[in-house]
Design a binder for this molecule. Structure first.
Ligand code: UDP
Length: 241
């Protein structure tokens, strides 16, 4: 059963369990998708029915944000394994896929980024096959879907940023001939080496979001939803409304 945090149901899984389940979904050809909402997206989904439905229809809903973990705890239904950052989830899944000789298609980010990410991933995870790449700045999905389907990947990374990627996966899942898609935001920029992740200290302290605001101050406007999210959770806990 999922843990409900302001209308979004989260899977209560560790990183390793999440990667194992994702791998099983690939090998059983389930045809589904994984999402990794943070508080900002949960907040946005409260007033966006299509987004809420896209997230709750996912086969895997992983808590990528310390705020979600605190939210679940305050509501009295803790996510006992802590957060599952999307990029760590991808890395754990790539390890398993490399051993099995499976393939991934990388879609998203600016032109050239996915190709560089693919070269780096192929070196980091020997055995992992890069089925193809495409940038994330297209107007017509049809030719991209055709390219993805003709390369027959086992996994499709959809890195268009939230909420675009969640809506895109929900809308196009049926047309995609792929067992598992995963919406992973800015991961390709990190895999390509263009964006550095927060130092481990920030990651362990649950402050990766703060580091990202320091590095990209334009994120500050987006992050106002974090205190609103926590406040709403507290109100919900107190009044159950
Ligand atoms: N992006 C894209 N197509 C778009 C808008 C954004 O491919 O139409 C890419 C952008 O280049 C970046 C990623 O989506 O690589 C979003 O990264 P961000 O870190 O903002 O994502 P978040 O995880 O915060 O949603």
């Amino acid at each position: 059963m999922r843990v409900n945090v302001l209308g979004i149901g989260f899977d209560n899984l560790s990183l390793e369990q999440s990667a194992t389940l994702a791998f099983d979904k690939i090998t059983s050809k389930e045809k589904t998708y994984a999402v990794t909402p943070n508080p900002e997206i949960v907040w946005l989904s409260r007033r966006n029915e299509a987004l809420r439905s896209a997230i709750n229809s996912a086969g895997l809903v992983l808590p990528d944000g310390i705020g979600v973990i605190y939210g679940a705890k305050i509501l009295g239904t803790p996510l006992s394994h802590g957060r599952v950052p999307g990029i760590d989830f991808a890395a754990a899944l790539f390890c398993k896929m490399a051993k099995a000789g499976l393939s991934v298609f990388l879609m998203g980010a600016k032109p050239g980024v996915a190709a560089t990410a693919g070269e780096n991933l192929a070196k980091t995870y020997p055995g992992l096959i890069i089925a193809g790449t495409a940038d994330g700045y297209f107007t017509d999905s049809a030719p991209i879907i055709e390219k993805i389907n003709s390369s027959r990947p086992d996994l499709l990374l959809v890195c268009l940023g939230a909420p675009k990627q969640e809506l895109w996966m929900a809308e196009n899942l049926e047309k995609l001939d792929v067992p598992l898609c995963a919406g992973l935001g800015g991961s390709l920029d990190v895999f390509a080496g263009n964006v550095k992740r927060a130092p481990v200290f920030f990651q362990k302290a649950g402050l990766e979001w703060l580091y990202r605001i320091f590095k990209e101050p334009k994120r500050l406007a987006r992050s106002v939803s974090l205190p609103l999210f926590i406040l709403r959770v507290i109100v919900k806990r107190i009044t159950n409304a």
